[in-house]
Design a protein around this ligand. Structure first.
Ligand SMILES: [Zn+2]
Length: 435
């Protein structure tokens, strides 16, 4: 196995240039001049760019237990088709939730032998499981997810302030990362209830202040414990000054946002179209533009899908009720073209997008073999045609509901290689440990 790929445009850690990427046994061994290619090398078409395989550190696979929502085989095939060569699975929506070492073993057994790309795992921090955290850390989870309000899943309850601080204090002893769904229960309880088909009513039920209040609690607890934390799926542009100030003050907190917050705007969400329901919600275009600005300024670190599908029945498209529908957006396979379409329209270089979607999530998850085309890294490569347009049709996701349906996007993933082998949907993937 010694794949060699060359292209006129290769996205490397130092920027983009013509190059030949040499690999052996699934690892990059050299990056040389374009003309330095042996017979049998793969030469990309003139309209293709070679990217590092993407790392999506926010995917809800839901197997075992809710495999009818999404499973390892379907999720990882969708990932491969979207240029994602590493998926990090969230600890909730599966049954059992990954909140104990035993549950981690159950999850790993469910995934083994059926993953088309590499998969790593988050553990969960819930009330009463502080004693489980170190064991899961030693077993290789990349960090721990918590909720600061009801998750919608009874087996994954939220942490209150005391629980949050207890988890951070424990995690600080082995420098593990805590990632948090940051919306505040009390702010939401004081807001009007969502009801019916009105998107405006749903938006009003989850105000930006809910994110700001919860992020404020997380910043304070992170500062006081000296731990490391991370805000998942930021939707609220008004929270950026608070995060910027915390980071400038030395608090070890990172931030992600998602393709749907960078693509859609509340003004354009049709009433009754619950494919768009997620929490926190897709906000007005001013928030979207603030998130783009923050990515470019380095105030938001990464972009990952928060792929969180369910069955069409649970989306309640029959009645279009935003109060009743499951909240979660399916977008794993289209994350790259969706973000690239927005980036291209704003004049953002492709190499910067690769940084947000490959290098930064690999760093977050502590996966040093991933995230770049560089000597010693895994030969995870993507042939991407950045000017080709396509319309989103049926995806490899288990369920068809997605707000991207019918949307025209720019940028097509043509081929994907995992550790030097072209992915074809067969189970070439491995289960990864942190580090
Ligand atoms: Zn999520």
């Amino acid at each position: 196995m010694s794949l060699v790929v060359r292209a006129r445009r290769v996205v490397l850690p130092g920027g983009e240039r013509a190059a030949t990427v040499h690999t052996a046994d699934g690892v990059v061994t050299a990056v040389t001049a374009f003309d330095d290619a042996p017979a049998g090398a793969v030469t990309l078409a003139d309209d293709e760019v070679l990217l590092p395989g993407l790392v999506d550190s926010h995917v809800h696979v839901n197997e075992p237990g809710r495999t009818e929502w999404e499973g390892f085989a379907t999720a990882t095939r969708a990932a491969a088709a979207g240029g994602v060569t590493t998926v990090v699975d969230m600890p909730l929506n599966s049954v059992p939730a990954t909140t104990t070492l035993d549950a981690l073993r159950v999850k790993q057994e469910a995934a083994a032998g059926q993953v088309a790309v590499d998969v790593a795992f988050w553990g969960g921090a819930v009330p009463g499981n502080v004693a489980e955290l170190r064991g899961m850390h030693e077993a290789g989870v990349v960090g721990f997810k918590c909720f600061l309000l009801d998750s919608g899943i009874p087996e994954f309850p939220p942490l209150d302030d005391a629980g949050l601080r207890a988890a951070l204090t424990e995690l600080a002893t082995f420098d593990a990362l805590l990632i948090a769904h940051a919306e505040d229960e009390q702010v939401i309880a004081a807001a009007p209830e969502p009801a019916g088909a009105s998107y405006a009513a749903f938006l009003a039920s989850r105000p930006p202040a809910a994110e700001e209040t919860a992020i404020g609690r997380l910043v304070a607890a992170t500062r006081d414990t000296g731990a490391r934390s991370h805000v998942v799926h930021l939707a609220d542009g008004d929270a950026l000054p608070l995060l910027r100030a915390a980071r400038a003050g030395g608090v070890r907190i990172t931030v992600e946002t998602c393709p749907h917050y960078l693509t859609f705007a509340a003004e354009d969400v049709p009433d009754g179209d619950t494919a768009f329901k997620c929490c926190p919600p897709i906000r007005e275009s001013a928030h979207r533009e603030a998130l783009w600005g923050a990515l470019r300024a380095g105030d938001v670190d990464l972009v990952v899908s928060d792929h969180s599908p369910c069955t069409p029945e649970l989306k309640r498209l029959d009645v279009g009720d935003f109060g009743l529908a499951w909240g979660g957006i399916a977008g794993l396979q289209v994350a790259l073209p969706a973000v690239w379409t927005g980036a291209r329209a704003r004049g953002v270089p492709l190499a910067e997008v690769a940084g947000w979607m490959s290098a930064a999530p690999a760093r977050l998850a502590g996966l040093p073999g991933k995230g770049a085309i560089a000597v010693g890294r895994d030969a995870d490569l993507v042939a991407f045609a950045p000017e080709e347009r396509s319309t989103v049709g049926r995806l490899e996701h288990r369920n068809p509901v997605t707000p991207y349906a019918g949307r025209e996007l720019t940028g097509v993933v043509r081929r994907t290689w995992l550790r030097g082998r072209e992915v074809d949907g067969s189970p070439l993937g491995r289960l990864l440990r942190r580090g």
